[in-house]
Design a protein around this ligand. Structure first.
Ligand SMILES: Nc1nc2c(ncn2[C@@H]2O[C@H](COP(=O)(O)OP(=O)(O)O)[C@@H](O)[C@H]2O)c(=O)[nH]1
Ligand SMILES: [Mg+2]
Length: 216
């Protein structure tokens, strides 16, 4: 059983101001926060599990799991030896900065260098709310198709990095990696793109080095 915090919608006037304050406070503590977003089932928890296992020897990691219900993802992360807290969003389809702050305050951040927020799974609402993270990273998995940047442009436009995961399944799906990257770069020329498989480990080192380079 993981620690579960029940949240409700923040009532503050300015989410952007709250987000800037949280970003600043976490930086002062030396905690680099990543907001991880994607559709349900695209592989957020699996990517986090692999990242925690690969990096835990040299990096102190904590994970804030946001879902409408259950604690399965927090239990998975805790079983790998990282700190994890589950927050419930009271039915909301995204996390805002006030909710992220309350979740982070429910966690022991002593010594933590890298924190992840696994946002609620969907490609629309999470892109509209600044959580206070230092980087926004989205995942697109091969089975979802190479046309998703055309359908959900906001998410691809606001992300700092894109992880294209489940690359080990490429032979079973019609997924044109070059075409997908082309669509994404037209929306966001500065985005960093990491094709990976969290199952085989392909491409994980480049992604993990990107995280290491961004630690405070
Ligand atoms: N083949 C393959 N399956 C994956 C990979 N990453 C995730 N999965 C599978 O995709 C499903 C959903 O993954 P999960 O991490 O729970 O997705 P989330 O809902 O975004 O957190 C699970 O059955 C995973 O085992 C991958 O890189 N390759
Ligand atoms: Mg998950």
């Amino acid at each position: 059983m993981a620690r579960v915090i029940e949240l409700n919608k923040s009532v503050t006037e300015s989410n952007d101001r709250d987000a800037d304050e949280l970003r600043r406070d976490l930086k002062e503590k030396g905690v680099f926060l990543v907001n991880l977003m994607s559709s349900p089932g695209s592989g957020k928890t699996t990517l986090l599990s692999r990242t925690v296992s690969d990096m835990k020897a040299d990096t102190n990691i904590a994970v804030l799991e946001a879902d409408i219900d259950s604690d399965v993802d927090a239990v998975t992360i805790e079983s790998l030896g990282a700190k994890a807290v589950q927050v419930h969003t009271d039915g909301m389809c995204h996390m805002d900065a006030g909710m992220t702050r309350r979740g982070m305050e429910g966690m022991d951040l002593e010594g933590v260098q890298l924190a992840f927020l696994e946002n609620v799974g969907n490609l629309i609402c999470p892109a509209e709310f600044d959580t206070g993270a230092h980087k926004n990273i989205m995942i697109l998995s091969v089975p979802e198709g190479d046309d998703k940047p055309l359908k959900y442009p906001l998410m691809f436009s606001m992300a700092d990095a894109l992880v294209i995961t489940k690359m080990d399944t490429k032979e079973y799906f019609t997924f044109d990696l070059e075409l997908c990257i082309d669509h994404v770069k037209k929306l966001n020329k500065d985005i960093q793109i990491f094709p990976v498989s969290a199952k085989t480990g392909e491409g994980m080192e480049a992604f993990e080095n990107y995280l290491r380079e961004n630690l405070f």
